[in-house]
Design a protein around this ligand. Sequence first.
Ligand code: AMP
Ligand code: GLY
Length: 427
Amino acid sequence: MKVLVVGSGGREHALAWKLSKSSLVSEIFVAPGNGGTEIEESIQNIAIDSNDIEGLSNFAKKSGIDLTVVGPEDPLVNGITDKFQDEGLLCFGPSKDAARLEGSKEFMKDFLLRNKIPTASYKTFTDSKKAINYIEEQGCPIVIKADGLAAGKGVTVAFDINQAKEAVNQSLNSKVFGDAGTKIVVEEYLEGEEASFIVLTDGNKVIPFASSQDHKARDNGDLGPNTGGMGAYSPAPVVTDSVHKKILDEVIYPTIEGLNSEGSSYCGFLYAGVMVDQNQNIKVLEFNCRFGDPETQPIMMRLKSDLAELCFKACKKELSNEELQWDARKSLGVVMASGGYPFDYEKGNIIEGITEELEDLKVFHAGTIYEEGSVKSNGGRVLCVTTLGESVFLAQKKAYDAISKIKWKDSFYRNDIGYRAIEREKN
Ligand code: AMP
Ligand code: GLY
């Protein structure tokens, strides 16, 4: 089977790496890929942008691609799956309609409400005065979210009224998110611990992946500005067996049923970001219509089942009640980023000391490029050093040992990835 992976991040490197291990896969292409996928022997990069849906479908037709797996949200929200289907091509990822779960916060919140799925209370606004009145009534902390896709930058957790007003004005008046921010959702602040719960579904059967937790803030202690994610680990101890069951029963199954009853069947990865409170009640923070980045990297490291077979079967609506096989060890990935990220940063710096792949260690690339025999930085999040260990503590130690040998100008990383799980292990 010839497989195409769409995207260029750490997630896509990890997906392509995992897919390439399937005995069903004869060739694997990544469009456009990164320096890491370029130097993988079994993977070939194709210079087509992940948003060039026409270009991608032409390539898939011309090259006889049997299965396409889409990494990022933008092409999904813009209808890549619908286009591929029109062309008779198998594409694993939700339709444009179903991808609105990620593409519009308003759609997502209204959907949750309609389907009685637990989430924070909220109101939607296009008028800044009305939004600020509502915020003054509700008080802080409060959360302001741009409705559309804003590359992970559209959410402000405001702890005082000035910060809240600033967020409203930035989005509705200064239009810093463009069209994505002409509408905002103002939402109740939730306390608790977050977890990422990702499933694979054909719109009928649901196969949950192991749980995970990412660290979205830039700095140690989960402080500083939000990023795409500075590290992740799997499983997440906050997702106990009973929480796991609750997420399936209260969130995942009703979501799939709700989508079906509203006429948009969902085939693809579905990612629920949930808040788990002290009493183990859960509420949905967000949906993503794709795998998480960097959650993919530790999860793929632990997954023993054949991902290509699962995605192919899902596209054919042939999933049965399969149970995934997992490496019993814990996995942890630490993101190394370019100085300045999530704001401005330099590109083109030569990266040295990348560790060779071992059974329990893999450096997944994100913003890298392979040029003139060197791997160079080419983005904000650059590498994700991912390990397996008997405990999160041991996996973390292995990751930081490898990181201590990797260098480029102004690189940085958090040195506390997995700290919540490690605290629990100590107890
Ligand atoms: P989202 O893109 O909706 O997941 O928001 C990004 C991040 O903002 C989440 O991972 C949370 O850390 C935080 N966040 C979002 N919504 C809330 C909320 N209602 N209460 C507390 N924190 C939130
Ligand atoms: N790591 C969070 C996300 O992929 O959205």
